[in-house]
Design a protein around this ligand. Structure first.
Ligand code: NAD
Length: 501
């Protein structure tokens, strides 16, 4: 392994169109990967289209058998996979293991439930169409393009990949340039259980490779990444009317109500804000604490967060900032909060020592500071005092982002959750919804649209195919030129009787 800096994936200058994947803890090169060109991407999609018929024809049971075999293989090679995720992202061994546990649970769920959720079923044909049988099935779209981020390089793209495959699609996956090896590992392990056709292919490269996937003729593009890139993806896909699923950024709030278990809330805020170095789309970034419990909450958060230390060793509390340019954003948010009257009760600007950032807890931060309004993506928490939980809800709902949220309250948890404008809420725990495979995951507003996970996550990669079959002639048939005006009068009489009361 060679030493190199800075820790940004480098384009090789040897004219071979390859780039290096680097360990953000050390700057060491882990491996080189090809930069897939537009022609490479088009070819991958063409081949994927050929493979689509094979994969679709396997049916739900056949696909489930292969996906179950893949799951078992991933479990068998879990240590190797964890080490690769830790090497490419710098995340601690336990953060990587937690990610993989979720990957495997979701893969199991998608394979098991696809048949029930998507398979052909009868639908009631209604009073007016009683002489017809109606059936519905959800069919695969064909080839799905998946573009992934680096922060959960296995879990986030697998929210699309596993569900798209279970639904009968083939997939071309463009992993982040920071974590290409994780993508390649997914592709090569899958090929061991599906050797016949390239049902899951991986194309590595930078943003240009992703852009090429958008215009390559895929039948849907599933993107997970930042909001600005999501907008570019949607614009690129518009040219060919390619449908998009956008899982974008967030600035997720936590509300600590007057009746909260304050100790549990403090523990949740510290973990939800700091694990994976705060590089979690649905991590806790802003905390609104009811006046009655604010002092106790701050004392506990200060004590807990103050003890945590980042590092490169496997047992570190959390790892480095994976993407070097993110350090500048973290620094600018902390500086903005402090310049506008905020205070740091844990850490401060001196906590930022690339590639590591120690925990920073900011209080009294103005609502219009970038630390309060923009995604920081670092191990920082902005904690503000509010009169009560309802004021917390108002502040939580004040941004264009709407990914996830957390509520801590003994008696009002679900009531407060219902008032939050976002895709998912965890009550009295953090991020619990992401670990429930049956629950859809996704946001509103600037956090994107469409859903991964759950029934919705399977349907996201299908189109509804509806069929009616006439079983016998009806007494009243208004859909023929032989109907006569009496027929229409009778139909209207029936409509008035059935629906007008
Ligand atoms: P990013 O937007 O920089 O990159 C994401 C992917 O898009 C990468 O693979 C990149 O190569 C590719 N890309 C870049 N420009 C492109 C273009 N013009 N056309 C096509 N593809 C292009 O995001 P990131 O830094 O990798 O990931 C962090 C972001 O992802 C954060 O904002 C985080 O909140 C978000 N995220 C969201 C979720 C979610 O489920 N909502 C999950 C994880 C991460």
């Amino acid at each position: 392994m060679t030493q190199t800096a800075p820790t940004t994936p480098a384009r090789a200058d040897d004219g071979q169109r390859r780039f290096a994947s680097l360990d953000p803890r050390t700057g060491e090169i882990i491996a080189h990967h090809p930069v897939a060109s537009e022609a490479d991407v088009r070819e991958a999609v063409r081949v994927a289209r050929d493979a689509a018929a094979f994969w679709a024809e396997l049916g739900f049971d056949g696909r489930r058998a292969r996906l179950d075999a893949w799951r078992r293989l991933l479990v068998k090679r879990l240590d190797e996979f964890q080490a690769l995720i830790s090497a490419e992202t710098g995340k601690s061994a336990d953060d990587a293991r937690t990610e993989l546990a979720l990957v495997i649970d979701h893969l199991h769920w998608a394979a098991k439930h696809a048949s029930k959720v998507l398979g052909k079923r009868k639908v009631s044909s209604g009073m007016l169409m009683y002489n017809h049988a109606a059936t519905l099935e959800y069919r695969p779209l064909g080839v799905v393009g998946v573009i992934g981020p680096w922060n959960y390089p296995a879990f986030t793209p697998m929210g699309s990949i596993a569900y798209a495959l279970a639904a009968g699609n083939t997939v071309v996956f463009k992993p982040s340039e920071y974590t290409p090896g994780v993508g390649v590992f997914l592709g090569s392990t899958f090929a061991e259980v599906v050797p016949e056709f390239p049902v899951l292919q991986v194309v590595t490269g930078f943003g240009e490779t992703g852009a090429a996937l958008c215009t390559s003729g895929v039948d849907k593009l599933a993107f997970t990444g930042s909001t600005p890139t999501g907008k570019k993806i949607m614009a690129a896909c518009a040219a060919t009317l390619t449908p998009v699923l956008l899982e974008c950024g967030g600035k997720d709030p936590m509300i600590v109500a007057e009746d909260a278990d304050v100790r549990a809330a403090a523990e949740g805020a510290v973990w939800g804000g700091i694990f994976n170095a705060g590089q979690t789309c649905a991590g806790v970034e802003r905390v609104y604490v009811a006046d009655a419990v604010y002092d106790e909450f701050i004392a506990l958060v200060t004590e807990k967060a103050g003890k945590l230390r980042p590092g490169g060793e496997a047992t570190a509390d959390f790892g480095p900032i994976t993407m070097p340019k993110q350090v500048e954003i973290i620094q600018s948010h902390v500086a903005d909060a402090l310049e506008r009257g905020g205070r740091a009760v844990v850490g401060g600007l001196e906590s930022i020592r690339p590639p590591y950032v120690e925990p920073v807890v900011l209080v009294d931060v103005p609502a219009d500071s970038t630390a309060s309004t923009e995604e920081t993506f670092g191990p920082t928490l902005v904690v503000n005092r509010v009169a009560d939980a309802d004021e917390g809800v108002r502040q939580a709902n004040s941004l264009a982002y709407g990914l996830g949220a957390t509520v801590f309250s003994r008696n009002r948890g679900e009531e407060l959750a219902d008032k939050l404008r976002c895709g998912m809420v965890a009550v009295n725990a953090v991020l619990a919804y992401a670990s429930v495979p049956g629950l859809p995951f996704g946001g509103v507003g600037d956090s994107g649209f469409g859903r991964i996970h759950g029934d919705d996550g399977l349907r996201e990669f299908t189109y509804a195919h509806s069929v009616t079959r006439k079983r016998f002639g009806a007494l009243l048939n208004p859909m023929t030129y032989d109907r006569g005006s009496r027929t229409i009068r009778r139909v209207l009489r029936l409509v008035r009787f059935l629906y007008g009361r």
